[in-house]
Design a protein around this ligand. Sequence first.
Ligand code: BGC
Length: 729
Amino acid sequence: MTAQAGNEAVEASVKQLLSEMTLEEKVGQMTQVDFSVVSTPEAQNAEPPVDRARLEEAVINRHVGSILNAPLSPNNRAAPIETWRKITAAIQETSSRTRLKIPVIYGIDAIHGATYTQGAVLFPQAISMAATFNPELSFKEGEITAREVRASGLPWNFAPVMDIGRQPLWPRLWETYGEDVHLSSVMGAAYIKGHQGDDFSAPDKALTCLKHYVGYSFPINGKDRTPAWIGERMLREYFLPPFEAGVQAGSPTIMVNSAEVDGIPGHANYQYLTTILRGELGFKGFTVSDWEDIKRLYTRDRLAASPKEAVRIAVMAGVDMSMVPFDFSFYDLLIELARSGEVPMSRIDEAVSRILTVKFQAGLFDTDRPVPPVEGHFATPDAVETNRQAARESIILAKNDHHILPLKKDARILVTGPTANLLSVMNGGWTITWQGDNESLYPQDKPTVFEALRKKSAGKVTYVGGQSFADPIDIDKVVAEAGNHDYVLLALGEKPYTETLGNIESLMLDQTQIDLANAVIATGKPVILLMLGGRPRIITAIADKVPGVILGFLPGMEGGEAIADIVYGDYNPDGKLPISYPRNTNDIVPYDHKPMESYDGNAYKPLYPFGHGMSYTTFETRGLSVDKAQIKMGENVTVRVSVKNTGAQKGKETVLLYLNDVAASVTRPARQLKAFKKVELEPGQEQPLSFTLTPRDLSFIGIDMKRIIEPGEFKVMVGQETAGFSVTE
Ligand code: BGC
């Protein structure tokens, strides 16, 4: 039975199955364990690397409903696709021997492609996908990722991240689609639609999981899993809408915020998990805890007086499945709580029904369906080409004085810096391993930036640098070599990381990188600065002194090729910033800031604003108009503008449409992105565009925390032009 089989049939099957289940079988469905629970260090050399006895203990005796993570955990890393197929087949075979034959749902972090399957197509990370401003590419990323995880036997992907990235210190900023609500919602929804199609039980589709609901991305001190202080209005205005878009796009699972908002840990927040998620957003799927987070209500948060109380609080708040993940404590404790009546059976039935519904909808009960063949479903040439295009469109040309770029192919280029000759620095965390930092596991056939430049060059491209990010670079040698070259490509940035291991206390670059930059600049050679990494790091003093700046963030496995394409002009850059690039460490102001952040000492003055990104051609938008000067509440407005390629090269431009509510009872952002379109234009070509602004676009969260529209003036801004209309009662 599949999603196509219809809600009623699924409902009836779930009801029937539930009526046959024991308490233990129900609680097992709510339990998710790490792969290490069904394996051992010895078994890791077996094929498949499972320990049959431990697998039976989990699935048959403890009725475990879900398993996650890569084999060889805790030193988890990607396995060959054939190994995955055998692992998942062994698990399925085991679940088919349980009394009720309920399939196990396997979950994996495939956040930029099938992370844990060797040789998978690994896309730009979300921050870079957002920089493409191209939802079609996000849709294709979803499609390809789903195909590759399904071919690995895996039906459930812990992606996309729908947290918005408004705290640049946060070590997971790059897992988000940036600071803007609209862009994040559009990119995330497109990804989900590509990943799930109309029917996520199809053999090349897989389930998505929105994470981390909600408010996780805004830690006040910037460190991972630390408190956020988000008022209700801000929550509803900024943090909830991307999740709402994800629910509407059909994602059937949601992972919970691992930290806390306003003193309430995500896993204990009934208002968020039940009142808002179910009551307001209408979410029908199931929620899964994040890693060990129910236990942490006791061990870390001291919210619960015992592990058992932690289980009760989380389940009653609305957590349906526990990512325990290393033992059966959740299972044991929830059985006790159910027996004593501290957790009512109705709540357990509710959670289990949600989980079973998703399992039916995903077609997991149709166990004789073959896993799609590897051939045609994995690392296909067209998928690699799509990835390369995504990488190209993700690269941001931030500065290009005197048209220093593109460089001629016969130019003599000295390449240096800690990110110039590594693949890991372009991929970030969740690449082959959790931290993504094991360079030796990266595919040999993908070029680094240096290698890609050298490959395309008809001149001399030299690298001076180390073998790893931390290797010291011989500055004297760099300076001496610079004399033999026409340009220096200086690649700075960050090593790969995720979660708390990526915590930093300052956005400043480390002194070694600053010293290298100063020495290179002092040679007087023209320098192109390339930044790679998951966060903006402060480059103001360097960027001021060099003619060219490229912001690469995390362009993925094809990043080297894509950057070389842009450096040599084989591709005309069109990426735009999905965040505001700070000028200084405390200059953390998003583009949709409040009016009081618009002038004097408070003015928004990032190094590069949201939406910034240059091209080798020039574009002009003109003729901005609205179809009605006045509308009634509830009506749409059509906005028209045309965009022209006024330069000499073909290129793509993203036209961004901003809105401002001129006067309102709650302070409104100076401007908010409401629509965008990316178009490709030949030199001299002009294209008319039209956008529809809906009542929702004009709305905001009013004094009483409800979404409202107030009559009055609105301003529409595109490029240099402004138009206006008013709304009447
Ligand atoms: C992360 C999640 C991830 C989960 C499972 C957690 O530590 O916060 O994003 O999905 O682990 O690997």
